[in-house]
Write a protein of this length. Structure first.
Length: 198
């Protein structure tokens, strides 16, 4: 397990020469969990989060996807990257990000958020409701029982545990070590500061 508790943060995306919205690939800085907690609770991402939620139900999937890519900063909680692709991982963090999508409501997302934070076998360091308001992001301290595995196996073991213990499906796209996580506004973002010194 690494002693490094930082991860890469990337700026908002852009439109490439073909006019396609893409995520940024060059990191702007390295940060830690406390920074992410403060950022998510701050007013900085509030306007774009509110705007995105106002688009749900009226905008197309493509319009929503483009807006997210062009408007939100992202973090690669799994580690520090020189470029946002798996082969350019510089150093793993002690964290693994899980993504729970397509919940019935924001209220349901809050219930799942608390459920993840209260689990003592997979310890969540940070948890917040996703940009659209119907999903949950959980940044877990990598459990001792899978630290010696490769990343995909670590992810699969945690995915299986969450499904068995909580009946919750985790988005399989998280099995990519360079998975980008959008950073929305969530004043009820939860942090477990006791885990930050482990």
């Amino acid at each position: 397990m690494t002693d490094n508790n930082q991860f890469s943060v990337f700026p908002q995306g852009y439109r490439n020469r073909e006019g396609v919205a893409v995520l940024a690939t060059q990191p702007q800085e390295s940060q830690d969990i406390v920074w992410a907690y403060d950022f998510i609770r701050s007013e900085r991402p509030k306007f774009v989060t509110d705007k995105l939620r106002s688009m749900v139900g009226t905008a197309t999937k493509e319009e929503i996807s483009d807006f997210k890519k062009l408007s939100f900063q992202v973090a690669t909680f799994n580690g520090i990257f020189s470029y946002r692709k798996a082969s350019d991982l510089v150093e793993r963090s002690p964290y693994i990000i899980i993504d729970i999508d397509d919940l019935a409501s924001t209220e349901e997302a809050r219930r799942v958020q608390r459920q993840i934070m209260d689990d003592h076998h997979v310890k969540a360091v940070l948890s917040f409701v996703s940009p659209k308001g119907r999903g949950v992001k959980g940044v877990l301290l990598l459990p001792e029982w899978c630290r010696d595995k490769d990343f995909k196996t670590q992810f699969q073991l945690i995915q299986q545990y969450i499904a068995f213990e909580h009946g919750i499906n985790i988005d399989s796209s998280g099995s990519d070590v360079c998975r980008a996580c959008f950073l929305p506004h969530d004043p009820e973002c939860m942090i477990n500061t006791e885990l930050l010194t482990l």
